[in-house]
Design a protein around this ligand. Structure first.
Ligand code: PMP
Length: 382
């Protein structure tokens, strides 16, 4: 048989779509993907290994991941029926789009924000209505109302704290969204534990808003990006709808074990979060002290603009790479000209970053901290 010479045709709507890229380089200090700087405690790996001895490798895993959902529910003081678990919060977001948006429906994002909302929405054939964040990274009530009234989105994506600005969502914005959105409001709390405020408090077992979904991940605070585990706290009855679109047995047995074991180390997780928050403050102050524009962050990363120091984002990014420090270069992203995003690392990593940055910037900069350390950046993100 003669093989066909023509290439198979990809879906028409995918032709113009680019895949999601997060460039990696071989460097000594990697501060580009908002991972935890260190892994879970050694006792975690030991406990997982012990539990794995009991895994029935020849059987499919518990399809409903009941035990894991029960443990996550206990963590949030809610019922297992209100917890959905998936392969990273990205799979949660995809499941939401498949079940509640899809072809002929619209989802709303507020830019700049996590690029996967738009990417997942488009790959699941939803239209995307892009609202604009204010210069300080927040969503204004006026913009929220404009987007919701004009596009009637099936899903409103809020991100708290927002990636890449680090801005937490304001409670009044979420409350208004829940009031006016025609259908679902999703609050992505991938970085929720680093923030002062969480929408989880609105989701007690007494019910909570019927249109609120909160997503979380084990990738950041639980230091388990390698395991690919995320979840959502959802209104009652929603998991049954998700089950129509997720693949059977999508959550493997090993991951279910690892997630349950991780939850036993909640106290250590909280200690790590506190250490990262304190390092974040140090980095924010240092960046502001050097005269850069800094977005006050409540996440495990900080966004800053380099131009007040007379260097483009590309120049500073390249100079950091030459010193074996990798941060995320957002310079070419819409609305983020000359912006870099640095993940908070270990104190040693952070020192390496700050030293490399000092080398990369011109000398004539103030050493002392200005009073305006935590002011919103003066530059506009539009
Ligand atoms: N939401 C936000 C805001 C993120 O930044 C990320 C990862 N960078 C995710 C969701 C996805 O996380 P994961 O799939 O690892 O749970």
């Amino acid at each position: 048989m003669k093989p066909k010479a023509t290439k198979p045709a990809v879906r028409d709507d995918l032709r113009a779509l680019e895949g999601y890229h997060s460039p990696q380089l071989d460097v000594e200090v990697r501060l580009n993907t908002n991972e935890a700087p260190v892994g879970p405690p050694p006792e975690f790996a030991e406990a997982v290994a012990a539990e794995l001895a009991g895994v029935a490798w020849h059987r499919y895993p518990d399809r409903s991941a009941h035990a894991l959902r029960q443990d996550i529910a206990a963590l949030h003081g809610t019922a297992p029926e209100r917890i959905f678990v998936a392969n990273g919060s990205n799979e949660v977001l995809q499941t939401l789009c498949l079940a509640y948006a899809g072809a002929g429906r619209v989802v709303a994002t507020f830019e700049p924000t996590y690029a996967m909302y738009g990417q997942i929405a488009r790959s699941t054939q939803c239209a995307v209505a892009e609202g604009e964040r204010s210069a300080d990274g927040s969503v204004s009530l006026g913009e929220l109302e404009r987007v919701v009234e004009r596009y009637r989105p099936s899903i409103v994506f809020l991100c708290s704290p927002n990636n890449p600005t680090g801005t937490p969502e304001r409670a009044e914005v979420l409350e208004r969204a829940l009031e006016i959105a025609p259908s679902l409001v999703v609050v992505d709390e991938a970085y929720g534990q680093f923030a002062d405020w969480s929408a989880i408090d609105m989701c007690d077992d007494a019910g909570g808003p019927a249109n609120l979904v909160i997503t979380r991940t084990f990738s950041k605070t639980w230091a388990m990006a390698g395991a690919r585990l995320g979840y959502a706290v959802v209104p009652a009855g929603m998991v049954a709808e998700f089950d129509k679109v997720v693949l059977p047995y999508h959550l493997d047995a090993v991951k279910q074990v690892a997630g349950r074991v991780a939850l036993r180390f909640a106290a250590q997780m909280e200690q790590r979060v506190a250490a990262i928050v304190s390092e974040r403050l140090r980095i924010e102050q240092s960046l502001s002290g050097r005269g850069l524009d800094v977005w006050p962050s409540q996440a495990n990363f900080v966004l800053f603009r380099t131009t007040p120091c007379g260097r483009t984002g590309d120049e500073v990014w390249q100079a950091l790479v030459e010193r074996s420090v990798l941060v995320r270069n957002c310079s070419s992203w819409p609305r983020l000209a000359d912006c870099l995003r640095v993940t908070i690392g270990t104190p040693q990593d952070n020192d390496r970053f700050l030293d490399a940055l000092s080398d990369a910037l011109p000398d004539a900069l103030p050493d002392a901290l200005p009073d305006s350390v935590m002011d919103a950046p003066s530059a506009s993100i539009s």
